[in-house]
Design a protein around this ligand. Structure first.
Ligand code: FE2
Length: 231
């Protein structure tokens, strides 16, 4: 989706250096720059295939998709604003610093939702003889111990995410708590399984019964998708 909107009154000029320029206010963009910036933007992915999933109402899922789309929009907006501020030499401004800090929150909110939706929508238990279950058993003693730990992290008070991480340097697995979207990530680790425990992920269907939501989540995990993320 094209996001760089150019008002009609703005005009095209031919550059003496041979490039076609678009003048937008005081800033000029070549088409090559515009194409590059469009490539740097993100499009919201379609997860409507999840509608009908056991234990998740259509209302809850549709609200959740809308919320996710907001993170994509805001990630793009922030990236555009930060690029513009850089071009205008405003990197010393306090606004630039605050937006830079905010970027990780919006970006991680977008990406964590994608991991979450993409590890949902299947049926059936994990294949205990598969690569992922074996790595869980190596790290936790057994699949059941891993699940107990993952659910324990999911029951923690507060809003955030549960992440099964694989340390790409050692191959080790860890269950982690991500505070909001951007606090608590492990550097160099790859997300394998993501569970959203913000209240919007379950309150429409479960009220305060977060444990029941986590039970429903486990019934719908796409274990093949999770295993496919192993390095
Ligand atoms: Fe969410």
């Amino acid at each position: 989706m094209k996001r760089l909107l150019i008002p009609r009154r703005q005009f095209l000029t031919l550059s003496v250096t041979g490039g076609l320029l678009l003048s937008i206010g005081q800033t000029k963009f070549t088409f090559a720059q515009i194409r590059k910036e469009e490539k740097m933007s993100y499009n919201a992915r379609d997860y409507s295939r999840l509608i009908g999933m056991e234990g998740f109402s259509e209302t809850l899922l549709k609200n959740h998709f809308t919320l996710y789309q907001g993170y994509v929009t805001n990630t793009n907006k922030l990236a555009d604003t930060l690029r513009q501020m850089l071009k205008e030499g405003k990197t010393a401004a306090s606004e630039y610093a605050e937006l830079k800090r905010r970027f990780g929150w919006e970006f991680d909110g977008m990406r964590l939702h994608e991991y979450y939706f993409e590890n949902l929508g299947a049926k059936g238990a994990i294949d205990k003889s598969g690569k992922l279950a074996k790595k869980m058993a190596d790290a936790f003693g057994s699949y059941e111990e891993w699940e107990k730990d993952f659910k324990g992290v999911g029951a923690m008070r507060g809003i955030g995410w549960v992440t099964l991480y694989q340390d790409t340097a050692s191959g080790n697995l860890f269950n982690c708590w991500i505070n909001e979207h951007d606090g608590g990530h492990l550097v160099g680790c790859n997300p394998i399984l993501i569970l959203d425990v913000f209240e919007h992920a379950f309150m429409i269907d479960y009220g305060l019964k977060r444990a029941d939501y986590i039970t429903a989540f486990f019934k719908n995990i796409d274990w093949k998708a999770a295993e496919g993320r192993l390095k």
